[in-house]
Design a protein around this ligand. Sequence first.
Ligand SMILES: Cc1ncc(COP(=O)(O)O)c(C=O)c1O
Length: 502
Amino acid sequence: MKIASEGAVGSAVDEGRAAEQTLDPEDWEAFRALAHRMVDDMVDQTRGLREQPAWQQPPTDVKRAIQNEPLPLDGQGAEQVYADFLKLVQPYTSGNRHPRAWGWVRGNGTPLAAMAEMLSASMNSHAGGGEQSSTFVEERCLQWLAGVMGMSAATTGILTSGGTMANLLGLAVARDARAGFDVREEGLAGNARLTVYASSETHMWARKSMDVLGMGAQQLRLIRVDEGFRIDIGALRERLREDRAAGLRPIAVIGNAGTVNSGAVDDLPALAALCREENLWFHVDGAFGALLKLSDRYASLVRGVELADSLAFDMHKWMYLPFEIGCLLVAEGSAHRAAFASTASYLEGNTRGMLATGLIFSDRGIELTRGFKALKLWMSLKAYGLRTLGTQIEQNMEQSQFLEQRVKEEPELELLAARKLNIVCFRYRGKIFRDEDFYNALNRELVIRLQESGEFVVSGTELRGRYALRIANTNHRSRLQDFEDLVQAMLRIGRELDAVRG
Ligand SMILES: Cc1ncc(COP(=O)(O)O)c(C=O)c1O
């Protein structure tokens, strides 16, 4: 094949060449120097996290500078924009990287995975599938994860942006696999008869997903929980019976391996058995709890995860990876593919060429174009090894045990739920008995004061109408002393508030 040499191209091309531009640096060496500085600053900043405020309110002038900036028509240059980043953006985070961050359920991220993200962005792989290493890396990671979770060799998976997306996709597979009619043909009319069951402690992703999937949030049956916040299986059976009698079509049960509020783990083996009996899909939300499978010591706490037809979990929570990365595993790979695979002439695969492997990940989810999330996972698994990640999780469990014990020892503090995993829910109670409204108002204020102190990133929740400070420990930077300091801060601020309000 003859390719025209540069000298042979026409004069029109020569004329156009002067005006051609690219977004690559004009001066690669200057760019290299800036890039090195960015990496150096990032390392220093991460190393010094403990000396920085856990969280700080963005000042008004910072908010104004961002919110009022006109759209830049002419470029300011990379040096200037990096200076703005250092001043306006970097200091004002949600604090989850800090050693004293235990609010909601957020991970820290690691410096290594941050570098992996940079490498992944520089590769800019379109990770829909096809003949490229990113496909094989992601597929291998998914097989490793299926093995860790104890799922079968037929399991397929997909990495997602997070737990909500992984759970949503799992429920979509459930609906297609168990609806008993062609959901795409019958559409909304058929959907209206489908019901899904979960405990009242299930995360709100389930309601959102029911709506998005056209089944409607009202078709999600929230079943009451027992004393330990686990689904009441007797009540579940009863509701299934009533719904079938009313002509509805139950399709799936969602089990929790670690509820968001208190870390409760449903009786997963019993739910799996019930699902088999009733021909229902068994989906497990193991957002953070399922990761206990990485620990030999604690894996038994989430026994039954391996029985799921589909399992969702988050590696940006308890595998310490930076946002975003969640995972869906589906035990029957064919059901997974059936829910999402679709064809189009412009994406046609072949036995040779770039698409010889097919767009396998596009066929397991909604997105066609997706980034190479697997790189940070692959690099972390290989660099640390599963054992180190497992012992890191064990450290978090033991720190949570310590906190629970300290709360029990302090008469002015009160535990509001027995700790099961890494979540400790408690409140300031003081020395004199007060009513529930008083405690709720005081503890709400206490959580905000702790946040505003810049010392701790914490959050709260309600358990049976009682407001609790809720510590979810997925933090690889915390030390036992941090939890002791939290107890002391709770007592100090609690006493101050008690004195003012009492
Ligand atoms: C139990 C549980 N499920 C689902 C989610 C949603 O996950 P994500 O925030 O990654 O979408 C969370 C988030 O905290 C969770 O705790």
